[in-house]
Design a binder for this molecule. Structure first.
Ligand code: DGJ
Length: 701
């Protein structure tokens, strides 16, 4: 178990209870990928690295599964690394050189036999979860510059399966993270972002199975890239399937001077022996243990008035909303866009991060004191990477934005993107945020990003470094977030990019929750939340209850349905509370209290999608505590056809022989709840229910 080197067989085995990953070196010093999947009983069960004969038009190198294939020699598939040496050679060979092994980490070093360039492959096996973290470092020891045109974080090879079914998250603004499946066929498939950020279209996650895996059955191979910029996941099927992933090489290059090195973002890969649900649970566990910032308390219930006031925030209305929010049980009050200098629309204001004296003549202090006197924390919205041309900041520093000489920069949402690769820009943002957080003693910060890259020129960089801007921006973003987090460890940070355009594992160590989508219509939201929660832990899923009819879809839904959907992650309220009648306020109060009762289970438990919203009128989602003592089942009925919708749903993940009380129902064993199932009945369009299930110690008669 763990990581071991088997000298006689020339391979390394990375193995824990759930997964084995094996690589080895052949006599010609090529590093082969040998195995990924279920651990086998003996080391001798794994294949040894042998270089095959050439066959037809395929060279031996084309026929093996190379662990990290460079572009060079007789290779015709997509490679993971492409370089350009200073003497004009564009061919890279990588031969095995050495390895270094500690208890948790393996480093395998490859070298070019002619040029002094080293490539280190890193592997960190999780001690218990079948999850492996991989990344690459390249070192240039040649006397000249090394141009890198592509450097992916990993190349993965899937075992031979009858077919390769790809599961991924695709979507668009107000329709993010839709669970999508397709069968791969010979050729290539690309999931990518060229936007400088991950964006709403594709998420840097994938899963592959043989077309038969279910929620709780079948082998699933999966991976996710920990990177918040332009990424790519490239699937290439010839005889087998290889998956390459990392920083998108579109308009990307990197110049390494003599003695310089570069380290890629990490790729997290895993293997599930029991279907998609186990994959999600392992990914969530990994996030809790390795990525999400440590926090003893669950995330608070928040209020945000964006849907109510938009840019037209007023102190009077904010106070009224705060008063109501407090009565309903809200814990943090967040002032969204519109609070800063001349921010009356999206035309101006970005960059001038001081309070608008027309809207708040006495500053923000009176509102903040009001909120605090009500016993709530206070938070602010910011979009620090952006500037409006109509701003004092832009007037003072027109060269701080990405731009090409002799071209004007395109406006999107009337804004431009600041070049975070520039040190003065990073210092300005750090100072601005430090002042805001310190001055107002903020408890919460919503970091938004509403524009992607265009004209990505960085005036300060020499030509050979121009195409590094994509990567430098993301590094700058992480640097600022890291600074803020270290200085204000209590601060809760929400990552947002016009909803769920910045959802990835790379940013997770710096933030606590994601704003999942600007679409808060509960029915649409169920599908968005389904895809999201397959990969990202429910705790990170920010959800609001807003008004009905919904501003986007015009759909009318009952309040408890809206609450139940928003209670599936980190709950927030975003409606006009002052317009909710007494009955609605009573219900809202009750639901917020109920959420608080169960939020540890929701935010920290396992999620089981028992019936998907993609499949039928009834959706059933079960949250289960990690110790299996309790569960909470959410039920949602889209529409009633011919009378009440009555069915049995089979719970999952309980202890067979423990007894459980279903609130308002009978006591049954875990086995019965999972095999016979639970009888449920919902009546009426958009009806919903919440069923708590708790372990009891009373013996069954
Ligand atoms: C986009 C976000 O997704 C919204 O929640 C809101 O913060 C607006 N930006 C504000 O401009």
């Amino acid at each position: 178990m763990g990581i071991s080197y088997h000298e006689k067989r020339g391979f390394w085995v990375l193995e824990n209870g759930g997964m084995a990953y094996v690589m080895g070196v052949d006599a010609d010093l090529n590093l082969h990928h040998l195995y990924w999947g279920k651990p086998l009983p003996y080391p001798g069960d794994y294949p040894v690295p042998v270089l095959p004969e050439e066959y037809g038009f395929d060279s031996p190198l084309q026929r093996i599964k190379e662990e990290y294939p460079p572009w060079g020699g007789m290779r015709f598939k997509e490679g993971a690394l492409k370089v350009f040496y200073s003497n004009g050679v564009r061919d890279l060979l990588l031969h095995y050189d050495s390895f270094h092994l500690t208890k948790e980490e393996l480093q395998i070093s490859l070298v070019d036999p002619v040029f002094d360039v080293q490539v280190h492959l890193y592997y960190q096996l999780h001690p218990t979860l079948p999850i492996l973290k991989r990344w690459i470092q390249i070192q240039n020891h040649t006397p000249g510059d090394l141009m890198i045109h592509r450097i992916y974080s990993a190349c993965l090879h899937l075992p031979r399966l009858k077919q390769y079914r790809l599961t991924y998250l695709s979507g668009a603004w107000v329709g993010e993270t839709q669970l999508t499946q397709t069968q791969l066929t010979p050729g290539k498939k690309l999931l990518e972002s060229r936007r400088g950020a991950v964006g709403h279209r594709f998420n840097p996650f994938f899963a592959i199975d043989d077309g038969r895996a279910q929620e709780d059955w079948g082998h699933v191979y999966y991976g996710a890239l920990a990177y918040s910029g332009s990424f790519c996941l490239l699937f290439e099927q010839e005889e087998g399937l290889q998956v390459l992933g990392g920083i998108n090489d579109f308009d990307f290059s990197l110049s390494l001077g003599p003695g310089e090195s570069f380290t890629t973002p990490s790729f997290i890969l895993g293997f599930s022996q029991s279907g998609f649900e186990e994959m999600s649970q392992h990914l969530h566990q990994y996030q809790w243990q390795n990525l999400i910032p440590r926090r003893k308390k669950p995330l608070p219930v928040l209020y945000n008035s964006w849907e109510v006031e938009g840019f037209g925030v007023t102190e009077k209305k904010q106070k009224e909303l705060a008063q109501k929010a407090q009565e309903l049980g809200v814990e943090v009050f967040v002032l969204d866009d519109g609070w800063f200098h001349r921010r009356d629309s999206d035309q101006r204001g970005l960059g001038d991060w001081f309070v608008d004296d027309k809207k708040f003549p006495a500053g923000l202090e009176p509102l903040i004191s009001y909120v605090r006197d009500l016993g709530m924390g206070f938070g602010l919205w910011v979009e620090p990477e952006m500037v409006n041309p109509h701003s004092l900041l832009f007037k003072a520093h027109p060269h701080w934005v990405y731009q090409f000489p002799s071209r004007s920069s395109s406006l999107y949402r009337n804004q431009l993107l600041l070049n975070l690769g520039l040190e003065p820009v990073r210092s300005f943002i750090k100072k601005t945020l430090d002042t805001l957080i310190g001055r107002y003693q903020l408890d919460f910060l919503k970091w938004d990003m509403n524009r992607h890259f265009s004209e990505p020129g960085a005036m300060e960089l020499p030509e050979k470094h121009q195409q590094e801007v994509w990567y430098r921006h993301v590094e700058g973003l992480y640097e600022i977030l890291d600074f803020i987090q270290r200085r204000y460890p209590h601060l809760i940070i929400e990552a947002c990019s016009g909803g769920g355009g910045r959802v990835d594992l790379g940013i997770l160590p710096y933030i606590h929750q994601f704003w999942v989508s600007d679409n808060t219509d509960p029915w649409a939201r169920l599908r968005i939340q389904e895809g999201f929660s397959r990969v990202y832990a429910p705790r990170t899923m920010g959800c609001w209850v807003t008004d009905s009819p919904h501003w986007l879809t015009q759909r009318v839904t009952p309040m408890d349905y809206r609450f139940h959907v928003a209670m599936m992650g980190s709950l927030g309220l975003g409606g006009d509370l002052t317009s909710w009648d007494e009955k609605e306020q009573e219900l809202a109060k009750e639901k917020v209290a109920q959420y608080k009762q169960y939020r540890e289970l929701i935010q920290g438990g396992y999620i089981h999608w028992l019936l998907s919203p993609r499949e039928g009128p009834l959706t059933a989602v079960q949250y289960r505590s990690r110790d299996q003592q309790s569960a909470l089942v959410f039920l949602f009925l889209l529409g009633e056809h011919f009378g009440p919708h009555t069915t049995r749903i089979r719970l999952r993940g309980l202890q067979e022989d423990w007894l459980y009380q279903v609130e308002g129902g009978e006591i049954l064993s875990g086995g019965a709840l999972m095999e016979r199932g639970l009888s449920v009945s919902l009546h009426g369009d958009f009806s919903s229910a919440l069923l708590p299930v708790t372990r009891v110690l009373t013996p069954l008669e």
